[in-house]
Design a protein around this ligand. Structure first.
Ligand SMILES: Cc1ncc(COP(=O)(O)O)c(C=O)c1O
Length: 466
C-alpha cells in the first residue's frame, strides 16, 4: 500500500521524541529504545515510518475487531461525515446515537436497555460508579463505596483508580483517592487461599462475602472485570460471575461488570457475561464498540437503575455527568457498522476454532523455562513470566522482563505490549487462521530468542514479593 502523505521519517522521529508525551510510558526508557512509529495500517498489520510491516499482536491496545481499513466501516464514517461530524447529546439527540442505542441493546440481555454514551473506557466506568452511588442517594440512602477486586484495572480517572488503586501506577494519588474495600480476585495461578480450581468450589468467594457483610450498609455496588486485563489476563473461573451475582442479590448491592476489554467477542462470545449467563445492573463497554476506529464508550443500565433517576428537575436526581464528545456521530456510525458486521459475518461463529488454534500453537510455551502460566479466554492471552517456575518467583517490575520477549517479537514482525511480567497477545478478532499461525509462530520464536536474556535476569534478581 503506498503512503500517500509524504513525510520525512527522521523529522517525525524527532518531533515524536521532542514533543509527544506518551501515555503509560516512561519517556526516558522510550527515547532510549528506537520506538516504533506507525504510519499506516491495513488488515491485521501496521506499517512503520520506515516502511516495515508488523502484525498488530495486541489489536492496537485490545480494541481492533475486524482489522484496519475495513471497507464497510470506512464507508460508514465517510457517509456520516457527509451529514455531520459532531453535535452534542446534552439535552438533545442525534440520529446515529438513537440508532446505536437501539441496536446495541438488541445485542444485550433485555433488562439492559438504557445507554449512556461517553468517550473512553475510564469514563464509562466513572459513569457506572456515579450511577451506582446516585442510584442509592436518589432513594435517600447514603452508600458511598464500591467493592473492587485485587489486581483489577478500570481506567485512569480518579473514580476508576479509587476502586483499583495500584501501588506501582497510582502511588502519588493513593492519599487523594476515597477508600473503597477490596476482595481477592480469583487469580488461580497464585490462589489467594492456596487452593486449586475446581476442587476449591470457589471457596475464595467467602472473602468476597465477608467484605459484603462488613460493608453492606455503605456499599453501592461491586465492580468486576470478568477477565482481568491489565492485571495480567486473568479469567475468573467458570461459575464465579454467577455466584457473585447471587451474592450481590443476597446483600442488596448493585453489580457493575466492566466489559471494556472483554466485550465485542474478545472472550469468544459476544459478551463475557454470556459465559455464565449473568445480567449485571450496569455494564461498561468501550474499546471494541467502534471496532477500534474511534473513541466511544457506553454505560448500559437496567430499567430499574434508570427509574431511580426519573424525577422532576427540581428534585436534582438527574445524572449530572457528560462529556463534550459523548456519543460522537462519526464514532456512533463506526459502531453501527461494527455491529452490522457482527450480525452479517461469521466472525463470532469462527471464534471458538480460532481460540482453539491459538491455544494449540501456544501450548509449547507452557514448557518454557521462564513461563509460569499460560492463560487464555477466546482471543485474550496472557503468558506470565516467572524467574523461578518452582517457587513462582516473579521478576521484579523494574527489569521489565516482558520486554525481552516483546523486543524479540518486534524483530520478527509482531508488535505486542507486555504489562510487567505478563506477555499479552490479543490479535484482531478477524485475523485469519493463516494470520494466527504467522503471529503465534513469531511469538513462540520470540520466547525462544529471549530465553538467555531471561536467564540472565533470573540469575541477577533477588527474591521479589509476589
Ligand atoms: C477493563 C478495563 N476497563 C477500563 C479501561 C479503560 O479504558 P480506556 O483506556 O478507554 O479509558 C480499560 C483499559 O484497558 C480496561 O481494560
Amino acid at each position: 500500500m503506498p503512503l500517500d502523505r509524504p513525510f520525512d521519517p527522521d523529522t517525525i522521529r524527532a518531533w515524536d521524541r521532542d514533543h509527544v508525551w506518551h501515555p503509560f510510558t516512561q519517556m526516558k526508557d522510550y527515547v532510549a529504545r528506537d520506538p516504533v512509529i506507525i504510519a499506516a495500517a491495513d488488515g491485521v498489520r501496521l506499517q512503520d515510518i520506515d516502511g516495515r510491516w508488523y502484525y498488530d499482536g495486541v489489536a492496537s491496545i485490545w480494541l481492533n475487531v475486524h482489522g484496519h481499513r475495513v471497507p464497510a466501516i470506512d464507508h460508514a464514517i465517510r457517509a456520516q461525515l457527509e451529514r455531520m461530524a459532531h453535535v452534542t447529546l446534552l439535552g438533545q439527540g442525534h440520529v446515529p446515537a438513537a440508532e446505536l442505542a437501539h441496536r446495541l441493546t438488541s445485542w444485550l440481555p433485555r433488562p439492559l436497555r438504557r445507554v449512556f454514551f461517553s468517550d473512553s473506557g475510564a469514563a464509562a466506568v466513572e459513569v457506572a460508579l456515579k450511577m451506582a452511588v446516585q442510584y442509592w442517594a436518589n432513594q435517600g440512602v447514603e452508600r458511598p463505596k464500591v467493592l473492587g477486586f485485587t489486581t483489577n484495572y478500570h481506567g485512569d480517572t480518579l473514580g476508576a483508580m479509587a476502586v483499583a488503586p495500584d501501588p506501582t501506577f497510582h502511588w502519588p494519588f493513593l492519599s487523594y483517592l476515597p477508600p473503597n474495600p477490596r476482595a481477592p480476585f480469583p487469580y488461580c495461578y497464585r490462589c489467594p487461599i492456596g487452593k486449586r480450581w475446581p476442587a476449591c468450589r470457589l471457596a475464595c468467594l467467602e472473602a468476597v462475602e465477608a467484605e459484603l457483610a462488613r460493608h453492606r450498609t455503605e456499599l453501592a455496588a461491586v465492580i468486576i472485570e470478568p477477565v482481568q486485563g491489565a492485571g495480567g489476563i486473568i479469567p475468573a473461573p467458570p461459575g464465579y460471575l454467577r455466584a457473585l451475582r447471587a451474592l450481590c442479590d443476597r446483600y442488596g448491592v448493585l453489580l457493575i461488570v466492566d466489559e471494556v476489554a472483554t466485550g465485542f467477542g474478545r472472550t469468544g462470545r459476544m459478551w463475557a457475561i454470556d459465559h455464565d449467563g449473568v445480567v449485571p445492573d450496569i455494564l461498561c463497554l468501550g474499546k471494541g464498540l467502534t471496532a477500534g476506529y474511534l473513541p466511544l464508550s457506553a454505560t448500559v443500565a437496567t430499567d430499574d437503575v434508570y427509574a431511580a433517576f426519573w424525577a422532576d428537575v427540581g428534585d436534582k436526581k438527574a445524572l449530572y455527568h457528560g462529556h463534550s464528545y459523548a456519543g460522537n456521530p462519526l464514532a456512533a456510525a463506526a459502531a453501527l457498522a461494527n455491529l452490522e458486521l457482527f450480525a452479517t459475518s461469521s466472525l463470532l461463529a469462527d471464534l471458538p476454532a480460532k481460540s482453539a488454534q491459538v491455544a494449540a500453537r501456544l501450548a509449547p510455551l507452557a514448557d518454557h523455562p521462564y513461563v509460569g502460566d499460560v492463560r487464555q479466554q477466546g482471543l485474550m492471552v496472557g503468558i506470565e513470566l516467572v524467574a523461578d517456575r518452582a517457587t513462582k518467583r516473579p521478576f521484579p517490575y523494574a527489569v521489565q522482563a516482558g520486554y525481552r520477549v516483546a523486543d524479540a517479537a518486534r524483530e520478527r514482525g509482531l508488535l505486542i505490549r507486555p504489562i510487567g511480567n505478563v506477555v499479552i497477545f490479543m490479535p484482531p478478532l478477524a485475523s485469519t487462521p493463516a494470520d494466527l499461525d504467522a503471529m503465534t509462530a513469531r511469538l513462540c520464536d520470540a520466547f525462544t530468542a529471549a530465553t538467555p536474556a531471561l536467564a540472565d535476569l533470573a540469575a541477577g534478581t533477588e527474591e521479589a514479593p509476589v
